[in-house]
Design a binder for this molecule. Structure first.
Ligand SMILES: Cc1cc2nc3c(=O)[nH]c(=O)nc-3n(C[C@H](O)[C@H](O)[C@H](O)COP(=O)(O)OP(=O)(O)OC[C@H]3O[C@@H](n4cnc5c(N)ncnc54)[C@H](O)[C@@H]3O)c2cc1C
Length: 420
């Protein structure tokens, strides 16, 4: 991509677009106060209301959905324009929580696999800041074996009746629609009898509950479907071909988590809590700045962070030039999870007893270390576990033999499950 004229039909250069964005941002978006950066709590409805409000401003200003096609409410521009915009908006408050999963995963999947009506309605509503999307994939019986879902969708006259349950749905309480994978044919092997549906979350027949996490947050939800009725227009892709849609969704999720999606607008952490821990600051605050053991711990974490950035660049380049398969995004996802754990473990090792989570006993700035430790493994679970990532790397990148699948080729209704 050159920096002059786009291949997308606009005559505005990336540099001119960036200059126009710079002026517009200064006039229209709230500038971040470095002393008091925005603190976005995904579990709070107010954070989503604020994100929608900011998204509406972007839309009204003509800077929303930069890489989504014009017919679905976007600008139809190349990634170079989005990158330029991201560089310009770093010091402004942005609706970052809309990136995952709404834009980068759900809208991207609808764009690839949805009907014309789904694209026109859902993608444009999200870009306007009117709607939020979520993923309804994992079930109480397990999330790793996604093709083994047991939520059922049975055909009726002109539609479907859904019964079953989903869980761990990120921010579903704030969402308007969810992409939900259900089983539509039990007489064929597991990957062949699935269908993806776009579910309106306020429909009768859905009971949603928040899940309380160990760190006190309540961002995840579980949903129970009791004879939820959907029309044929809710089907995404083809009936019984839901695995293709789910695979596309997982592909977009890997790209989103790796930071390589053109559909993400704005960069950086959603709030200060997600910034890498300040190991040097912690060492100073606990009087250990001159301790060689502490310096070594902090150095090891810093090196890992630098290597992570190089790995992201290398893998992104290699996928783009075809020297690595698209599945290689899993390398970034795994390394990201392991780096986050090392960084938080290191912070706890340095802070020691000062990080004890005890309702305010710890020194300012240190309490956060203990709370973060409680949720340090989210990166190695969300979007598929680190074990599953290792399986993908072994089998699909390194070419190792596939793991034995006892249910391969067997009709799903004859597969032994649980205690059966
Ligand atoms: C931050 C976060 C966000 C999430 N958001 C969503 C969301 O929006 N929507 C949604 O549907 N789900 C979501 N999830 C759920 C997530 O997808 C699941 O937690 C994940 O897929 C694992 O499923 P499980 O927890 O049921 O574990 P299980 O599948 O029960 O696995 C249990 C353990 O067994 C291991 N294991 C299982 N199979 C294998 C195998 N074949 N080889 C080796 N090890 C194996 C796993 O690695 C794991 O350690 C989210 C989870 C987190 C932490």
């Amino acid at each position: 991509m050159t920096d002059t004229v786009s291949t997308t039909g606009t005559t505005e250069s990336v540099a001119d677009f960036a200059a126009r964005a710079r002026a517009w941002l200064a006039e229209n978006m709230p500038r971040i106060d470095a002393e008091h950066p925005p603190f976005t709590v995904r579990a709070e409805q107010s954070s989503w209301d604020r994100a929608k409000e900011l998204q509406k401003r972007l839309y009204d200003g003509g800077f929303a959905g930069i890489c989504f096609p014009r017919e679905y409410g976007g600008l139809g521009l190349d990634f170079a324009y989005q990158r330029a915009f991201n560089a310009e908006c770093r010091s402004y408050e942005m609706p970052l929580i809309l990136n995952v999963p709404t834009f980068t995963i759900c809208a991207a999947t609808i764009l690839d696999m949805g009907t014309e009506a789904q694209k026109r309605e859902r993608i444009s509503a999200a870009i306007r800041g009117d709607e939020i999307l979520c993923q309804l994939l994992s079930e109480p019986s397990g999330g790793s074996d996604l093709a083994g879902v047991i939520t059922r969708a049975d055909r009726t006259d002109g539609g479907w009746v859904i019964n079953g349950a989903k869980t761990w749905s990120t921010s579903a309480f704030a969402a308007d629609y969810g992409l939900m994978l259900a089983r539509t044919d039990w007489t064929v092997p597991k990957h062949e009898g699935l269908t993806m549906f776009l579910v309106p979350l306020n429909a009768p027949g859905i009971t949603m509950r928040r899940i309380r996490e160990v760190n006190g947050n309540e961002e995840f939800c579980e949903e129970f479907f009791d004879s939820l009725v959907l029309g044929d227009d809710a089907v995404v892709g083809e009936v019984d071909n839901g695995w293709e849609v789910a695979s596309r969704q997982l592909y977009h999720e890997r790209r989103a988590v790796g930071g390589g999606s053109e559909f993400a607008s704005g960069t950086g952490a959603e709030n200060a809590n997600e910034m890498p821990p300040d190991h040097v600051g912690l060492a100073e605050a606990t009087g250990q700045a001159d301790d060689p053991r502490v310096q070594e711990l902090a150095g090891r974490a810093l090196v890992r962070r630098v290597v992570k950035q190089h790995l992201i660049d290398h893998v992104a380049r290699s996928i783009a030039d075809g020297s690595l398969p698209p599945n290689a995004g899993t390398l970034i996802r795994l390394f990201h999870a392991e780096t986050t754990e090392l960084e938080v473990d290191t912070a706890l090792a340095i802070a020691g007893t000062a990080a004890v989570v005890d309702e305010g006993g710890a020194a300012a700035g240190l309490l956060d270390v203990g709370v973060r430790y409680l949720s340090r493994q989210t990166g190695s679970l969300g979007g598929g576990t680190s074990e599953m990532a290792r399986n993908v790397i072994g089998e699909r990148i390194l070419g190792f033999p596939r793991e034995l699948a006892a249910d391969k080729g067997i009709p799903f209704n004859q597969v032994k499950r649980g205690r059966s």
